[in-house]
Design a protein around this ligand. Structure first.
Ligand code: DX5
Ligand code: ZN
Length: 228
């Protein structure tokens, strides 16, 4: 089970301190939301920021590119210290070359899917990816409410993974709080990206621990019930 605080919800006036806070929190990944003002109606931060915080932690950097032209950003983010780069399946014909480019840079490949896009869109790529990022809100902003209609996608992704003996992570991103994290874990998710719920707590470590316990409990329920 991967707990990944999303830096988008951090205090941007103190990014170094916030990164150190995540570093001490017991989290597994640091999720980095990159928005270009075109693929989504918001702008966040770029490779220079990632490069600046890279020396502060050994955490796995999970870069989420909500960008229309990720091809111009893959190398800069690879150099800045990304460990995994997620591109969106909505980019259509560009997806395959982008995935190969990420691999050639020696980084892990993530594929993200927006709420309105059918899960069948990711099926052709499942063998090639390290992680599937199921958006549980419309990307662009933190602090939105979880869209429950996206949960069947998590179930489908889990079914495909189990039946085909594949190994990709199943991540959920957007509106993930202690309740919705449990629902996602129950549906088969194993990576929990959470901004507001984790960062806005004074004690981030306690919040990470609590989320981990909640999702692990769901996992235990599933195995002891023999549902999987
Ligand atoms: C949404 C981003 C998410 C966001 C999640 O566009 O991709 O990663 O930071 O934030 P919360 O947990 O606040 O919904
Ligand atoms: Zn994200």
């Amino acid at each position: 089970m991967i707990i990944a605080p999303s830096l988008l919800a951090a205090d941007f006036g103190r990014l170094a301190k916030e990164t150190e806070r995540v570093n001490r929190s017991g989290a597994d990944w640091l999720h980095l939301d990159i928005m270009d003002g075109h693929f989504v109606p918001n702008i966040s931060f770029g490779p220079a920021v990632v490069q600046r915080i890279r020396p502060l932690t050994r955490l796995f950097f999970d870069v989420h590119l909500m960008c229309s032209k990720p091809e111009i950003l893959l190398e800069p983010f690879a150099k800045a210290g990304a460990n995994q780069m997620n591109i969106h399946v909505e980019l259509g014909d560009h997806v395959t070359p982008l995935m190969w480019k990420i691999k050639s840079l020696g980084k892990k490949v993530g594929l993200a899917i927006n709420p309105p896009t059918a899960i069948s869109a990711v099926e052709p790529y499942l063998k090639e990816i390290d992680s599937l990022l199921i958006m549980t809100v419309h990307p662009g902003f933190g602090g939105q409410s979880f869209i429950y209609e996206t949960l069947p996608k998590v179930q489908q992704a889990r079914e495909w993974r189990d039946h085909r003996h594949l190994h990709y992570h199943i991540g959920v991103d957007g509106g993930v709080d202690f309740k919705t994290a449990a629902d996602c874990a129950h549906a088969g998710a194993d990576a929990f990206i959470s901004g507001t719920t984790l960062f806005h707590k004074r004690n981030l470590a306690a919040a990470v621990k609590r989320m981990r316990k909640i999702v692990e409990e769901q996992q235990t329920v599933l195995t002891t019930d023999g549902l999987r």
